[in-house]
Design a protein. Sequence first.
Length: 95
Amino acid sequence: MFHPLAVTKSTLSTNVLLLWFGTYKIDNLEKLTDILTYIYSKGIKRIDTAQLYRNEKTISAIIKENKLDVKISTKVSKYESLDYVNKRIELVYEI
């Protein structure tokens, strides 16, 4: 079971709600590709993931392969250093 959408208030305006597609417990490449390309075609361009979900690299590959123009929200353990987090983002998302 996964939570397909997370709703957050924009930091730019209190009147705007942003939809984030949650990817918890979705780690199968084929399933993730189908889901992400489908939600993208429907206008959802924000993807939520986390270190815990173990699907960040898969999501990154799908985004690149399908040339999806999306924003990504990810989470890491509170015990990690900022240096570790920055290196992880570079490694996982190859930026």
